[in-house]
Write a protein that binds this ligand. Structure first.
Ligand code: SF4
Length: 395
């Protein structure tokens, strides 16, 4: 049962937070609330998660977590492989879930901090409804702690730390339709931490012929993933390296659950694209690229696009240079020579490797400028030149 929001929470925002709240609410027309009870004056949140820091009361943007078990006086979240075991009043590793009075709650239900209409190419999806718009929703929280996180201002904080909106699933679907979006994407932060919100939104959106899109690190347990797949159209999964060791160093995560996710998504018929961010001195290893692409080919087949993305210095890795473009192009060549059909280089404006080429006749069939499709010669799912079937969801 939902209880009223904790009215005693004190409104105290950073200047940046106020600007963000004002600007984005003005754009979206969504009701905005602003809480910053634990934000530091710089807007950064680098405090470690303490145990007993659940809010005093469960607020209106909460609902019970679906996948959990009670164990003695503790509750355990079964949503992702972190399997957080929470004593009373504790908060989860992803900072979105809390244990109150024997129940496990999410604090981010209908409670996004980022809402935008994006081109689907921005996710990036290059073989899924090209040129369409996606109603994009992000909450706070993440199951990983990546040194290179590009959205750390929302992924590594609690929902109370930033300005958020009230946008329940019914309203999200209406807004998406109003904005002429063909899909709703859970994106920007790790959506597994807002699973219940996404499940309800996708369930409703499918009934209105609006697809569900998942932009994720792939770190989710099997049962929640199978539930998600019931109403999911496409997933873009971030493969951050190809060893547990690298995942531990760079992301505080693990590889094998991510690989399991890729196999399940494939088996469940969800359209799948992967991104691989190449981080200098961490993952700029051609042997790793070769191994990873061999795994993709063997387990997923040749047709799921892989996007090698350029790293730009940020968060805790500001001392590193951007990825060399020549490494990214060589990674693409390696992936193609391993047998993958569609390999892209991203975060490099105007690269030829940002377009789609027919794996049969090799002609350019989709031309992109930034996130815009300027020419599309895929007709009825086939190359407009040679008639070969091009993998993807085109209509
Ligand atoms: S979703 Fe959050 S609370 Fe649940 S196991 Fe993962 S990190 Fe822990």
């Amino acid at each position: 049962m939902k209880e009223p929001a904790d009215q005693a929470r004190f409104l105290k925002m950073t200047r940046r937070g106020l600007l963000k709240a004002g600007l984005v609410c003005a754009i979206s027309g969504l009701p905005c609330r602003a809480f910053a009870g634990w934000a530091s004056s710089s807007g950064r949140n680098e405090k470690k998660v303490t145990l007993n820091d659940a809010p005093g009361k469960i607020w209106e943007w909460s609902t019970e977590v679906m996948f959990k078990r009670v164990s003695g006086g503790n509750v355990q979240c079964l949503t992702c492989p972190n399997m957080c075991l929470l004593p009373p009043n504790a908060r989860s590793r992803c900072q979105s879930h809390v244990h109150k009075d024997g129940k496990l709650y999410t604090l981010v239900y209908g409670n996004p901090c980022a809402v935008h209409v994006d081109p689907i190419e921005k996710k990036p999806f290059y073989h899924f409804l090209p040129g369409s718009s996606s109603f994009s929703i992000g909450t706070t929280g993440c199951s990983f702690h990546c040194l290179n996180c590009q959205n750390w201002q929302i992924s590594q904080v609690k929902p109370e730390d930033v300005s958020c909106y009230t946008l329940y699933p019914e309203a999200a679907v209406e807004k998406a339709i109003e904005a002429k979006c063909r899909t709703i994407a859970f994106t920007y932060n790790e959506p597994t931490t807002a699973l219940e919100y996404a499940l309800d939104t996708f369930r409703l959106s499918r009934k209105r012929n609006v697809g569900g899109v998942w932009v994720s690190n792939g770190f989710i347990n099997r049962e929640p993933l199978l539930e998600l797949c019931k109403n999911l159209s496409a997933a873009r999964i971030d493969v951050k390296g190809f060893s547990d060791e690298m995942y531990q160093i760079l992301n505080a995560g693990r590889l094998s659950p991510v690989l399991d996710t890729l196999k399940i998504l494939k088996a469940e018929g969800v359209w799948l694209e992967m991104i691989v961010l190449i981080v200098p001195t961490y993952t700029d290893r051609m042997e790793m690229v070769k191994q990873m692409c061999g795994w993709f080919l063997k387990n997923l087949g040749p047709d799921h696009p892989v996007h090698f993305l350029r790293f730009h210095p940020q968060y805790k890795l500001t001392h590193l240079p951007p990825t060399s473009i020549s490494f990214l192009e060589d990674a693409r060549k390696t992936a193609l020579s391993e047998g993958l059909h569609h390999v892209y280089v991203g975060n490099v404006p105007n690269a030829d490797s940002n377009h789609t080429y027919c794996p049969g006749c090799k002609k350019k069939i989709i031309n992109r400028v930034g996130f815009s499709v300027t020419e599309n010669r895929v007709k009825n799912g086939k190359c407009g030149y040679c008639g070969r079937r091009i993998a993807g969801v085109w209509a």
